[in-house]
Design a protein around this ligand. Structure first.
Ligand code: 9G3
Length: 566
């Protein structure tokens, strides 16, 4: 490809509204351009990488026995009403009306669509198991699109759906897909972990997220420093035995704590440790008030609260809900004397606390010498806190560390949630109609490109792994106006193209410095410079990844390229 007419505009400066490296570099290296918030165009250089990632995914999907198809983005509201999800999702679901005022959604995912396709055309157990997949644009009206294509509102996803006769079959389909994902992300040269995750509104029990370990990930992974335990902290179980204290229970007291709201402020004001305070947070769990208690040095985990009550919706109570329910504002909340409509739940760590401090449900007042069970009743204790760095790993091996993660894949065991809702049944070998047992499996294809850049870049630009690089060789004549340099560069361009190498030929009449800076930004594996020694047939090779720089004779160039790019 000749660069002079190639649409890959580079930017010298870091765009002010790009906060993470991958977003900055995708803009500066001319891979993408923003159309509107969360919506991007992939320019030619970016599309070449996107397609390389797609093809790695396609290759591993096909090897796993999955069949590729393509579903529409336009989904009738009726489908989502039938599955019960039309009202379950809020503004994130992009909805529109057609010319006849009929309601539709732009597909954020395709469980409903695929289940109706299979329902209508698969009747016999003989056709199962079957896994179908597509690579297609998804639409989700994210409240806060950010970090470029890492969190967009229109993005490319590979979504696959497996259909089995029973849960044993699903386990096999799930494992096949799990293994295929491991191969995909290994081939993309990503440092990833498959972590146990929360199935969210998807239902189903087993689910794993494939997380690329990174400093900009929006998820936090708790992992053991001594075993392969790893889980999204949303669900990472806490497995700690809290020792009881033999301290005498003292007389309950109300104390003035003017303006001391947070645990830090209260513990400083009263010179007690945060771990001697009780943090109370009011949630609305499926419309009912729940006061959740954790030790002052712990964090409440709302996903665990949702699972504790097996609830659909869990939200932190608003200011007015708090005032209405507890006649107090947040910062002074406590479990003592709350009216019976409020369910009080507490993390296991609270049970053994003695003479603790908690809010008095009165502005600027707290209670001290508070003792669970003596001074307030807890309806149930549970694992309601976030796991923390330094906690023992739940598997008993080693200690917990944290790492940020970019979720590039997510695999779910769905079970029969959609097949029952939509009537996708098959006749088993006894002629009995049974609901198909499903799994669903996603990879964020455009997000994976960004994750690869997050992991593979340096101060000068992107450093593409060979498996996804848009071109193999960047061929740069230092001065295109010099006949011997231009002629040798043209000859090498032709001979390398004949050898099926993808070559980007910088035929621009730009200063060498500009060409080399652009080359570093684009990050192609090998830079071949044709300069002063062109007349001797000598060219200079630079290996982008290592910075290695050496001269070779043009006759040895192909061998050199073979050595570095295969
Ligand atoms: C929606 C909206 C956003 C959503 C969903 C539905 C996430 C939704 C979960 C999944 C599950 C799997 C197949 C590929 C792998 C992931 N965000 N999810 O269902 F209406 Cl607006 O998408 N789907």
């Amino acid at each position: 490809m000749r660069q002079n007419t190639y649409l890959a505009p580079t930017l010298r400066d870091i765009p002010s509204d790009a906060d993470v490296k991958s977003h900055q570099l995708m803009l500066r290296a001319g891979l993408i351009r923003q159309s509107t918030s969360g919506v991007y165009s992939f320019l030619p250089l970016g599309l070449k990488v996107l397609q390389k990632v797609e093809n790695i995914i396609r290759d591993e999907m096909n090897r796993s026995g999955a069949q590729e198809m393509l579903m529409p983005s336009i989904q009738p509201a009726e489908l989502w009403q039938e599955s019960g999800r039309w009202d379950a999702y809020g503004p994130e679901l992009m909805r529109f009306k057609d010319r006849h005022q009929r309601e539709f959604a732009l597909g954020p995912t395709h469980e409903e669509v695929i289940t109706t396709i299979v329902r209508d055309d698969i009747r016999s157990y003989k056709k199962l198991p079957m896994t179908l997949y597509q690579i297609q644009t998804k639409f989700r009206d994210e409240r806060r699109p950010r970090f470029g294509v890492l969190r967009g509102r229109e993005f490319l996803m590979k979504d696959a759906y497996s259909f089995d006769q029973d849960f044993e079959g699903l386990d096999e389909s799930y494992q096949k897909m799990f293994d295929a994902y491991t191969k995909v992300f290994t081939r993309c040269d990503l440092n990833f972990r498959a972590v146990e995750a929360d199935s969210g509104a998807m239902g189903g029990k087993d689910t794993h997220e494939f997380m690329v370990l990174s400093n900009v990930g929006e998820d936090t992974i708790a992992y053991s420093d001594k075993s392969d335990f790893a889980a999204n902290i949303e669900i990472a179980p806490v497995n700690v035995t809290y020792e009881t204290s033999d301290e005498e229970q003292a007389e309950l007291e109300t104390i003035d704590t003017p303006g001391a709201k947070t645990i830090e402020e209260v513990s400083t004001f009263l010179s007690v440790a945060p771990s001697d305070c009780i943090k109370s947070m009011l949630f609305i769990v499926d419309e009912k008030p729940v006061l959740a208690l954790v030790r002052g040095d712990h964090e409440v985990n709302d996903v665990k609260i949702k699972h504790h009550f097996d609830a659909e919706i869990v939200e932190l109570a608003s200011e007015e809900e708090t005032k209405q329910t507890l006649q107090s504002e947040a910062g002074f909340l406590g479990p003592i004397g709350v009216n019976k409509e409020v369910t009080v739940v507490a993390d296991h760590a609270v049970k053994v606390m003695v003479n603790a401090v908690c809010g008095a449900n009165e502005k600027d007042k707290h209670m001290k010498n508070v003792n669970p069970d003596r001074d307030f009743t807890v309806s149930t204790y549970g694992d309601l806190r976030n796991i923390q760095i330094g906690d023992p790993s739940p598997d008993g091996q080693g200690m917990i560390q944290f790492k940020e993660g970019i979720e590039v894949g997510h695999v779910f065991k769905l079970g029969t949630k959609y097949s029952e809702a939509l009537g996708a049944t098959f006749l088993n070998d006894q002629g009995k109609a049974k609901p198909m047992v499903m799994g669903s499996y996603g990879i964020g294809v455009s997000r994976t490109v960004a994750a690869i850049i997050e992991e593979h870049h340096d101060d000068d630009g992107i450093v593409w792994p060979l498996s996804v690089t848009p071109f193999h060789v960047h061929l740069i004549p230092v001065n295109i106006k010099q006949d011997d340099q231009r002629e040798l560069a043209e000859a090498l361009y032709d001979s390398l193209n004949d050898k099926r190498y993808d070559v980007l030929f910088d035929d621009r009449a730009e200063r060498p410095g500009v060409k080399f800076k652009d080359a570093d930004l684009y990050g192609l594996p090998l830079r071949v410079t044709v300069g002063k020694k062109a007349s001797e047939g000598i060219v200079e090779v630079k290996v982008r990844k290592t910075g290695e720089l050496f001269e070779v004779h043009k006759d040895d160039l192909q061998q050199t390229i073979e050595k570095y790019v295969g």
